[in-house]
Design a protein around this ligand. Structure first.
Ligand code: IVH
Length: 673
């Protein structure tokens, strides 16, 4: 007997295969719930490829085989965002959240009864994604918020993102590109096997991967997009939560963790629930985002220049981990201060592998009663630098060794000095290679002389070969010397020299910042530069004149005056300044008229990562008559907190009665509302 097999046409089989591959991509990459084995999937995919090879006319740009079509590019194009990508204001406490709810209610018509959507704040790289006419048409990185880099080809490689959807209206979405922890582990295993450097955390791996030039490599990075906002596509639903649900139905990857709440207690409970669950999420999160749910109400509330008024981020407190201190080593900083650093058994903490933690100074080691070999609890302060917060003394086994600071600099061997009245131990040798490197790096930073071509690796070589022993030596470097260094061609050498040459035109304030005079940060450097006007005048002051001029600068206390006096009286420092002057470094400081304005009488210390350059924030405060303080001190009116604010800053605000402002609140003051 013959079995009758219905003969399907190549067109029909193609359609079936395309649909099957799409469905299984979605099940695997979005729902994390595959229904067929990898082998079965590979067979379907191979059949599709074979069929397309035999019938090239069947290939369409949105076939699953066309995700990785493009050859590497040499650069990413810049594209404008459909709507600027703003950032979010942050809160850290229930009170702040209550304040947000109060402001929302106040901003809405009298009888409004807003609902809120609580969802995870994903810790990856944010992107904009465009669907036009049901097709994935474009995508870009956040960039500066107004324009980003075109990463369309890389987005097409992400099998979580459908190339076609059943929705023809324009859709502009915002999403986070993330790498699942398990994928990062796999990638790092492969990298270790190839002798490549490992990624420290999923965020770095995601944002690096997103911007790679070769889509074929991107396809292997395990990047996934997770949508968290609709900026164009209001017709999907009248609410944010409704729109997310519709997107999920359309096969788009959303986080699916949204919860709608009405009251503050409900909001707090939802935030806490997220904090408890997030360890089980396959990706990293660093907080919750609370959004007014109705698009209509979002529109009424609007946005400040920086943030929407209808959303806020609630940052989770630092994660902790327990590990063992294998050893304590001593590093030497730019100012010669010796800093003990704990080497730890590597441990995962808030998405990164931590293997060292700063111990700050001997006194802190004493206070913690920390010994080498101890089990310790570590935490990330402001989620950047890991700190040892406590020692598990009960876990000691008797093998632990106590630590003492060395009597000699571990780098140059010079006997160290203990500064009376200070906890710090210093290497007094200004020529100590570690200090020279640190000084040159600081000098070249963006906020100082801005010598952008002078990277750390180059500084390392210049100092090791003793071609550069102080910052003035930079200005006598020659092309020959540079070209004799490793990895330095003619063109790069020219670029380095040009960037050094350009730095001569920086203001005196930048130069004084770059010199790293103790206690003289950007703000004090600028005041000092304005008081002197030029390097020549500064060098012409006699010691008493220095004390008189510097002492008269508003906000300069005795410590700062003494530091400037001592610096300018030091023969080594003077010789350096005179050399810099002869070499034509720095231009006179333009004078700023004293300004009075709505912020007169208030002073601000700005800290953390802001949505724009800190210098610009300072300039805006000054332009409205406000004073800027480098550090919180007696009399500082406000501490302005960006993202990743250290606990120490918040503690000193408490100590001095300084009011803590969010960036959004400052923007409101600047706008005069
Ligand atoms: S809403 C106008 N929701 O956090 C809407 N942002 O600090 C503003 N992010 O740049 C953002 N998950 O990259 C929103 N569920 C989420 C988010 C989220 C992560 C990122 C986003 C943004 C940054 C804001």
């Amino acid at each position: 007997m013959r079995t009758l097999v219905a003969k399907v046409s190549p067109e029909e089989r193609h359609r079936e295969l395309v649909n099957a591959v799409r469905t299984h991509d979605h099940r695997y990459h979005v729902l994390d719930d595959p229904t067929i084995s990898d082998r079965e999937y590979d067979a379907l995919y191979a059949e599709l490829r074979k069929l397309e090879a035999e019938h090239p006319e069947l290939v369409t740009p949105d076939s699953p085989t066309q995700r990785v079509g493009a050859a590497p590019r040499s650069e990413l194009k810049t594209v404008a965002h459909v709507v600027p990508m703003t950032s979010l204001d942050n809160t850290y406490s229930a009170e702040d959240l209550g304040e947000f709810v109060r402001r929302v209610v106040e901003g809405l018509p009298a009888r409004a009864d807003p609902a809120y959507c609580v969802e995870p704040k994903l810790d990856g790289a944010s992107i904009e994604i465009l669907y036009r006419n049901g097709k994935l048409e474009g995508g870009s990185t956040r960039g500066d918020g107004l324009t980003g880099e075109d990463v369309t080809l890389n987005l097409r490689t992400m099998r979580s993102l459908p190339l076609v959807i059943d929705y023809k209206e324009p859709l502009t979405l915002r999403a986070e590109v993330v790498i699942f922890r398990r994928d990062l582990e796999r990638i790092n295993r492969e990298r270790a096997a190839n002798g490549e450097p490992l990624f420290a955390n999923p965020r770095n791996a995601a944002s690096g991967g997103l911007r790679m030039m070769d889509p074929r490599i991107v396809a292997n990075r395990g990047l996934r997009a997770i949508v968290w906002q609709v900026v164009e596509g209001e017709r999907l639903a009248p609410t944010h939560s409704g729109a997310l649900a519709r997107l999920a139905e359309l096969g788009l990857p959303t986080h699916r963790k949204e919860r709608v709440c009405k009251t503050l207690p409900e909001l707090l409970e939802a935030v806490q629930a997220l904090d408890a669950e997030r360890r089980d999420f396959p990706y990293e999160t660093d907080g919750a985002v609370i959004k007014v749910d109705a698009f209509g109400e979002q529109a009424i509330l609007g946005a400040t220049a920086k943030f929407p008024r209808w959303a806020i981020a609630y940052k989770f407190s630092a994660e902790q981990a327990v590990t063992r201190v294998k050893d304590i080593i001593v590093g030497v900083g730019r100012t010669g201060v010796l800093t003990p650093v704990a080497l730890l058994d590597p441990v995962q903490l808030a998405g990164t592998t931590v293997s060292r933690a700063s111990l700050h100074n001997e006194q802190i080691i004493g206070q913690l009663d920390l010994r080498i070999g101890d089990q310790v609890t570590i935490e990330k302060a402001g989620e950047i630098i890991p700190q040892v917060v406590s020692v598990l003394h009960a876990a000691r086994g008797g093998e632990e060794r106590s630590f003492t600071m060395p009597e000699q600099c571990p780098v140059c061997g010079t006997p160290v000095e203990r500064v009376p009245g200070e906890v710090a131990v210093r290497c007094p040798n200004r020529r100590c290679p570690e200090q020279v490197k640190g000084a040159i790096f600081h000098f070249s930073r963006r906020f100082a002389l801005d010598i952008d071509r002078l990277g750390e690796a180059l500084i390392e070589q210049l100092v090791a070969r003793e071609v550069v022993r102080d910052v003035a030596d930079l200005y006598v470097l020659t092309a020959d010397t540079l070209e004799s260094l490793e990895r330095m061609g003619k063109k790069s050498a020219e670029n380095v020299l040009a960037s050094i040459e350009r730095s001569k035109a920086q203001t005196l304030a930048r130069l004084l910042t770059g010199l790293g005079i103790e206690h003289v940060g950007q703000v004090a450097a600028r005041q000092l530069a304005e008081a002197a006007g030029s390097l020549e005048t500064l060098l012409g002051w006699k010691e008493e004149e220095t004390v008189a001029h510097v002492g008269a600068i508003a906000g300069f206390g005795p410590k700062l005056v003494e530091s400037v006096r001592a610096y300018l009286a030091d023969p080594g420092a003077r010789a350096l300044l005179e050399r810099l002057q002869k070499l034509g470094v720095s231009r006179p400081q333009p004078r700023q008229e004293a300004t009075t304005g709505p912020l007169s009488g208030s002073s601000f210390c700005v800290t953390g990562v802001l949505s724009r350059r800190r210098e610009d924030v300072h300039a805006d405060i000054r332009a409205r008559g406000g004073e800027v303080h480098d550090k919180i001190k007696q009399g500082t009116t406000y501490l302005v907190t960006g993202e990743k604010v250290g606990k120490a800053k918040l503690d000193s605000a408490k100590k001095f009665g300084t009011k803590v402002l969010s960036e959004a609140e400052l923007e409101k003051m600047l706008e005069g509302t």
